[in-house]
Design a protein. Structure first.
Length: 424
């Protein structure tokens, strides 16, 4: 089933996207704020997004805020931070009951929209600063979350490889900036960061539900009409190829060594849609499904590693292959991975591999339709693209990719960085 999307510009740099769906009893609103990625601002924004969803001026402590959410039929408001290319993205999401299921005359969609605007536009600021206790609690939680990332050794290995590979590029900055910058933040400096966020961000609002979109649109239009804005512009250029391979080895007490290879894909978001679709399909044939070359040949047939998978970042023009290995198999595994890449460049790809991969990708697309969160993510993740594809539209484009286009995508790959997290 295809979902229709209606897009309207409601303020300078602010778009309201209405996705009408009548299969769910809830509505979902997400406000995505895109700002240029830099270390200082990223640290402030990462801390800010958590602080804003603790309370607001109208409900200045967590207890009052929670009571208001409960009064709105158990509405939930959460926030997250990520990076997309040279953007940092702060997302504020509200999920609540659809107006159709309210047994009073209350228009819940408008009330939820107003509360979300209170969170973003009227935070709990007194005497030019955020509450000291709330500030310290959120900072501690953020630092704890960053520390916890170290415990996920697979994620840590990929992150460390990217830090080395992208050390001279904006997209190499972490989504939360740095621990050092977070420790420098004050309740006063966070207020200035909040003002900057409202002024400079490019905003994409998504509304998923059957009713109430017009009410929500009016609330957000009114809110943004009061803000003097200068929406940012970000350079989305990327490095197309690697000149030489850099190698990084780190030793640590781990139960399983990690091998991560970072490739320049030669295709990024500034290239054509057809090129990056072929690139993503190429990556999936290599290591993105249970029928992939890396899974079948490197892991299963040669038993060189515990896992071996490939992921594709078309925005930054990257492909990553990561694996869990024994120390004695690190070199063999790297050679085996590179052999599979060379085989693809030489056209050694079967029709079965291509068709099985297409089926897996398209089936994955269709699961996005199962929840409001999936639909939200489907469309919000296409912000960088020139327009939106429905699931069926993008599925048709993937199914149209030829073997020759996959081979051409593979030929553009150049190895940039090899990172090894080695067991002592």
């Amino acid at each position: 089933m295809m979902n229709s999307i209606e897009r309207k510009i409601i303020a300078d740099g602010v778009a309201f996207n209405n996705i009408k769906v009548n299969r769910f009893k809830t509505i979902r609103m997400s406000i995505n704020l895109y700002v240029p990625l830099n270390v200082e601002d990223a640290a402030h924004n990462a801390l800010l997004r958590g602080l804003l969803t603790r309370s607001c001026k109208a409900y200045p402590d967590f207890t009052q805020f929670s009571k208001k959410l409960s009064a709105l039929y158990g509405t939930d408001i959460v926030s997250s931070v990520k990076k997309t290319g040279a953007y940092q993205v702060l997302t504020f999401t509200a999920v609540g009951i659809d107006d159709r299921y309210v047994f009073t005359d209350e228009i819940i969609s408008a009330e939820i929209s107003k509360l979300l605007c209170e969170v973003i536009f009227n935070p709990n600021i007194t005497d030019g600063k955020f509450n000291d206790n709330d500030f310290e609690q959120e900072r501690r939680q953020l630092l704890d979350a960053i520390d916890a990332e170290f415990n996920d050794k697979r994620g840590y290995a990929i992150s460390t490889m990217l830090s080395n590979m992208l050390k001279n590029e904006t997209c190499g900055i972490k989504r939360y900036g740095s621990v050092e910058e977070i420790k420098k933040i004050t309740p006063e400096s966070l207020v200035e960061a909040w003002k900057k966020l409202l002024k400079d961000s490019v905003v994409e609002i998504f509304y998923i539900g059957d009713s109430g979109a017009d009410k929500a649109e009016k609330v957000f239009t009114d809110a943004y009409s009061k803000i003097d804005r200068t929406p940012c512009k970000v350079d989305m250029s990327y490095v197309k190829s690697a000149d030489e391979v850099q190698r990084v080895v780190e030793e640590m007490d781990v139960s399983q060594s990690k091998l991560v290879l970072g490739f320049r894909s030669g295709v990024g978001c500034t290239d054509t849609e057809k090129e990056w679709i072929a690139g993503r399909l190429m990556c999936a044939v290599l290591g993105g499904t249970a029928n992939s070359k890396l899974f079948n040949n490197v892991r299963e047939k040669q038993s060189l590693c515990y896992y071996c998978a490939a992921s594709y970042n078309f925005i930054n023009g990257l492909m990553i292959v990561d694996s869990g290995v024994l120390n004695e198999n690190i070199e063999k595994t790297e050679k085996a991975i590179l052999k599979e890449v060379e085989d693809m460049k030489n056209g050694n790809i079967t029709d079965f591999e291509i068709e099985a991969t297409k089926r897996a990708i398209v089936n994955g697309f269709r699961t996005s339709n199962d929840t409001t969160a999936g639909i939200d993510n489907w469309y919000s993740s296409q912000f960088i693209n020139d327009g939106f594809n429905s699931i069926e539209e993008l599925a048709a484009k993937y199914n149209a990719v030829t073997k020759e286009e996959i081979v051409e995508a593979a030929k553009k790959l150049t190895l940039d960085t090899v990172y090894v997290l080695k067991n002592k």
